[in-house]
Design a protein around this ligand. Sequence first.
Ligand SMILES: Cc1cc2nc3c(=O)[nH]c(=O)nc-3n(C[C@H](O)[C@H](O)[C@H](O)COP(=O)(O)OP(=O)(O)OC[C@H]3O[C@@H](n4cnc5c(N)ncnc54)[C@H](O)[C@@H]3O)c2cc1C
Ligand SMILES: *[C@@H]1O[C@H](CO)[C@@H](O)[C@H](O)[C@H]1NC(C)=O
Ligand SMILES: *[C@@H]1O[C@H](CO)[C@@H](O)[C@H](O)[C@H]1NC(C)=O
Ligand SMILES: *[C@@H]1O[C@H](CO)[C@@H](O)[C@H](O)[C@H]1NC(C)=O
Length: 615
Amino acid sequence: MAWVALGVLALVGRSFGTGVPSEECWPSLTDWAELNDAVSGKLIRNHPVAEPCYYGDDGGRRLCERIVDQWSNSTFQSLQPTGYCYPLDYACPIVSIPELEHVQGDCELGPAPVYTINATEPEDVVEGIQFAKQHNLRLVIKNTGHDLLARSQGYGSLQIWLKYFQDDIEYHEAYQSLQCERINWAGSAFTVRGGALWGDLYAEAFKRNLIVVGGQDPTVGVIGGYLQGGGHSPASRDFGLAADQVLELKVVLASGELVTANACENTDLFFALRGGGGGTYGVVVSATLKAHPSSPVVTHSLIVYPLPNRKDPLATTMALVDVVAEILSVYPALSDAGFSGYAGWGVDKIDSPIAGAPAPVMENGGYSHAFAKLDSSNDAMETAQSFVSATLMQRLRAYNGSGLMISESWERYASFGDYFTAATRAQQKVGFSKMAITSRLLDKASLTMDKGRLKEMLRITSTNSPDVPQKATIWTMLFLVGGGKMLSNPTAPITDRYVGAHPAWRQAYLLAIPTSILPEGADDGSLHKMQEDTTYRKTDAMRALAPNTGSYLNDGDRNNPWWQIDFFGDNYPRLRAIKDEYDPDHVFYCPTCVGSEVWTEVPLGGRVYGPLCRV
Ligand SMILES: Cc1cc2nc3c(=O)[nH]c(=O)nc-3n(C[C@H](O)[C@H](O)[C@H](O)COP(=O)(O)OP(=O)(O)OC[C@H]3O[C@@H](n4cnc5c(N)ncnc54)[C@H](O)[C@@H]3O)c2cc1C
Ligand SMILES: *[C@@H]1O[C@H](CO)[C@@H](O)[C@H](O)[C@H]1NC(C)=O
Ligand SMILES: *[C@@H]1O[C@H](CO)[C@@H](O)[C@H](O)[C@H]1NC(C)=O
Ligand SMILES: *[C@@H]1O[C@H](CO)[C@@H](O)[C@H](O)[C@H]1NC(C)=O
């Protein structure tokens, strides 16, 4: 078990850091039993998800087979108290079935919390916060466990889990606030509570022919890290960030108080919770979000891939970089004309479960996109086709056949809901830890001004430096989710003044996310080199191209040494002041979250996690 005493931990004194299970100050079994009573029996002693694989009996074997089978299923992971999409570390790895008879190695909780409150109502959240404060424990808030930066994990912690928190969705046909007249929104809205998922809210919105600004994967939580981190969407070009849609929030503070945050009350908190990051200022238990009338959609799909029997692979790769630069330089024009959506590219065969590209691109490398335009006019298709032909396709024809295959297709959908359901990617595969990811927001200048520098960035981000020993799959996700409404200066109406998302979103068109993935069996040395390559070489190349923008904290690099400025920009000092006002004791902690610099995580020997200490 993970909380077997480790001598070294005893050195971490109570006044310097949060308690860990091996210490004397760790709550006694009686304390835990009292907490369990206070939350009506909802306290869980955590176990590693793959623990049955280590039982060494038939029962364990049967359970293990199912766990191995479901490991990459984000719904399965989110139903486990210690299940994660992107675990920081596998302290209890799944075991391949043939080896089950004689499993070796350890199975520990590792960076996962030790106890979980399976919260269903605000009182459970309050009990958890108070217990953590009283016993000086590290506290973790988890909704779905989708986080890519390990912000819903925490060694030696108590977890408040919101998966089963009362999650009803309330529809307001014509929203009206009785308490706050500054909320001048008379359109439709939804109030969403607790652990509801985007899939749940999309179902409610689409059956009323409405659009909500949410994630592209239905298994992401609505009101947790996604919304509080800003939230980009297939609809954000047309309606702004998800955080821009928030009319009102209900929040449990570190003090245990349940408060409202909107344009009238707790306006600073309202600002911070709309883009300033999850897990930092309080526990959001409900959010009221704008909904917009739907519209018909036309989509353009493009794929470019190297022909398998190409004679000169190097020339083909160079042609691919040229084509991708050509396409990216047209993104601002496409966005200004109403297009948005998802693209990606990589120079080699793609083994990454993250990619979700069409088969020929997965097999050979290449580029693909599926862009959509909301347009209710009768000649929507003709307008879109002639625009794309003139701005994009004519430039690409010259490359067709030169070792590359280029093809396009068009579709029409009666509503945004039909488009979303048919055209966005299916549930993504998750559950791998040997990954490195970074992101950069790219503005119009960086995409259009200097094609030489753009190509340089593409070359650097699509390969690993030679000192990464093992070959990784590299795929860059290209999210054309900015432009349009995202660029509008959020000064009016007044509700929109309180948005704490990175100001760079207001000039960004594209979010570029290079990801590198190694096989799960890869050694730590390769992983470390690959992560360094991502943190420095790749990120620097993007930063050089777009020096005045930033990164997106929810698709960011967990090792980014400049996370304050890259994730929050000029908002950082204000967000930090709000953090100190609403959570003066820093009860809420997550890595790379605002204020987290007052703590340092001291890694256990050979691990990437360990107890927290005050800096
Ligand atoms: C498959 C997949 C698809 C994605 N697609 C998109 C996308 O389209 N657009 C986009 O912008 N991002 C996307 N993301 C990134 C996503 O925004 C982040 O992973 C986000 O952190 C998920 O939030 P969560 O609450 O579901 O996850 P969790 O891991 O449970 O929580 C993430 C963070 O929020 C905190 N938190 C959770 N709930 C609360 C709460 N109620 N109150 C306060 N803090 C809370 C946690 O402490 C943690 O710090 C995607 C991620 C995945 C895995
Ligand atoms: C993923 O897990 C959920 C919940 O256990 C299950 O309903 C669903 O069928 C699973 N999907 C796959 C592809 O196995
Ligand atoms: C959490 O509580 C819900 C009911 O609110 C229950 O269905 C679920 O099984 C519990 N989860 C665990 C892991 O105990
Ligand atoms: C590229 O060439 C192929 C085969 O010659 C053709 O089928 C395809 O339509 C061309 N693509 C474009 C975008 O013109």
